[in-house]
Design a protein around this ligand. Structure first.
Ligand code: ZN
Ligand code: ZN
Length: 143
């Protein structure tokens, strides 16, 4: 429900005699907790599985490309780890931009730049790994 954006659905159970329909409402608190785990699972197991080796190099690289698209599409549905607002689908300026935590613990959380006071350094060609405030605290990372 969190991924498809549906706020209400029916859970239909048939026990062989009668059908029971239960209204299920979207629980955003639960979803926020779940989203980070789902992201972790996807990146750690599904993504790794799809991108590791393969007999046919060509098909492996096509596959990798598709997976990368899927990953970036997925992050669009992620709530900011700070404010909980879902990350923008089309980022048009820096106020919508987001960054993900790359700590060893792989908390997998995404944050709005504005929520973590992040500004990219224009001098650098590629951004150094970024760690969320929680991971910085928990891992004693020295920045
Ligand atoms: Zn935010
Ligand atoms: Zn983190």
């Amino acid at each position: 429900m969190g991924i498809t954006g549906i706020y209400k659905c029916d859970l239909v159970v048939y026990d062989g005699h009668k059908v029971v329909v239960i209204d299920v409402e979207f629980n955003s608190d639960y979803w926020l907790k779940l989203a980070a785990d789902v992201n972790n699972f996807y990146l750690k197991f599904v993504y790794r599985q799809l991108t590791s080796g393969g007999e046919n190099q060509n098909s492996a690289s096509t596959c990798r490309k598709e997976v990368q698209l899927a990953v970036s599409a997925k992050t669009e549905h992620y709530p900011c780890g700070k404010c909980g607002i879902f990350l923008a689908e089309n980022v048009i300026d820096n106020s919508e931009a987001s960054i993900n935590c790359e700590c060893e613990r792989k908390c997998g959380q995404w944050f709005h730049w504005r929520c973590v006071n992040f500004t990219p350094d224009p001098e650098l060609e590629s951004e150094p790994p970024w760690f969320c405030p929680k991971c910085v605290r928990n891992c004693d990372i020295v920045l």
